[in-house]
Design a protein around this ligand. Sequence first.
Ligand code: ADP
Length: 485
Amino acid sequence: MTILSIDQGTTSSRAILFSEEGKPIEVRQKELKLYYPHKGWVEQDANDIWADTLWACEEIISDHEGIKALGITNQRETTILWNKNTGEPLYNAIVWQDRRTADVCSSLKDTGVEPLIQRKTGLLLDPYFSGTKIAWILDNVEGARVLAEQGDVLFGTVDSFLIWRLTEGRVHATDITNASRTMLYDVVEQRWDEELCRIFNVPMAMLPMVKDNVDDFGQATVLSQPLHIWGVAGDQQAAMIGQACFEKGMMKSTYGTGCFALMNIGDEFKVSQNRLLTTVAYRINGDITYALEGSIFVAGAAIQWLRDNLNIFKDASESEALALSVEDSNGVVFVPAFTGLGAPYWNPNARAAILGLTRESNKAHIVRAALEAQAFQTYDLMDAMERDSGINSKAIRVDGGLVKNKFVCQFLADVLDVRIDVPAVTETTALGVAYLAGIGAGVYRDFHDISDRWHVAQTYSPQMDDSVRSESLSLWKISVDLVNR
Ligand code: ADP
């Protein structure tokens, strides 16, 4: 028995076939182009997203019969508006990283609505989320608002757009984790919110129906082997499911382009007092679970920068040997705030810095400092999470491209003073929705079946001396404070 997952990410569109045991059998992937039409703008061609996803699915389907179900996970917040009658996008997809609505967000902040938004959505007023992106398209594409007011425009995050196309326009739906990132969805009442739609000037008729993570999302009839879509979740929530973080206090952290740490906080919504986000972790059979989320915009992207802009190495994997070639960073601190600082600082105007350089500093120190920054940034998130939740995590389950780097994993364990667990299957995002779809199709009974399938491949325990830890943390704090001005 097999299950197909679509993993539509920021940098690529993939389809992965999983066995019932949760092992990846086959992967097809296409890189996705990003467009930067103006400073701070980030777009993608929604038709490319669709064509690449369809291609990846068909490549796998043509080789495998009897696939039991289809799951979808996706880059969250990225916003697509399309014409209900023609199916054509009104504008490019505006990607989550896009900052074009920063001014709109700060004017809204001046009106004092942020506490209300946070109380209803768990989010902070930031261009990151979909709400202001939707309004931007409506107000900047000729005729869009009139068309929307006639009820001829549909909005969706990428999952929703893919579901609509896969079902040939029969299903306009999303799941609750994706809905919870739009800034229009009340995660406490669990419904689209009229007041928020008014604030962001978004007609409610264009919003998709919101479903559980395991639900009937329709039959993907456009595929040469029609598959039923039984599971959908945003990428970070899907990773949390793939990592089997089903108990209160369990935490996962993903290190890809950015870093996203989520802690399961159970069924009670709680507004963060430390500038983290509260988000929906999952909802199954109508039972909701929330998570605290810390988002860091630059993690692996800093390693890419060292590779592509400074040409220090050809391949990211070389960073490990370079970092280990020196005893420590020799006082060098790298604050990778290339696109501002994310949680818990939320300063879009901050910029990256390399501090503490001396005549002895060399490229190994700088590389080491960039890798160490991953742990320091995570420390700031964990600290905020512990203060919000009162929960002291003993272990973190990690995944993403960066966890191939053993130095990073050990340094994480050292600085956070917790155990770091790397699972056997690190494709946790795609795996998470394969599991959800599998529950929907009756392959698995419930989350217990998923927990049973989670296996640790490698564990890292803290080894750092307390005095070294506190010294490096205070140096980091001074450096971040300098950048965050
Ligand atoms: P995404 O899903 O966001 O595209 P991935 O999870 O594929 O990202 O991770 C890719 C990132 O991980 C890149 O930014 C790359 O620089 C970094 N990376 C990959 N391998 C290593 C390594 N061995 N050491 C350090 N960084 C790495």
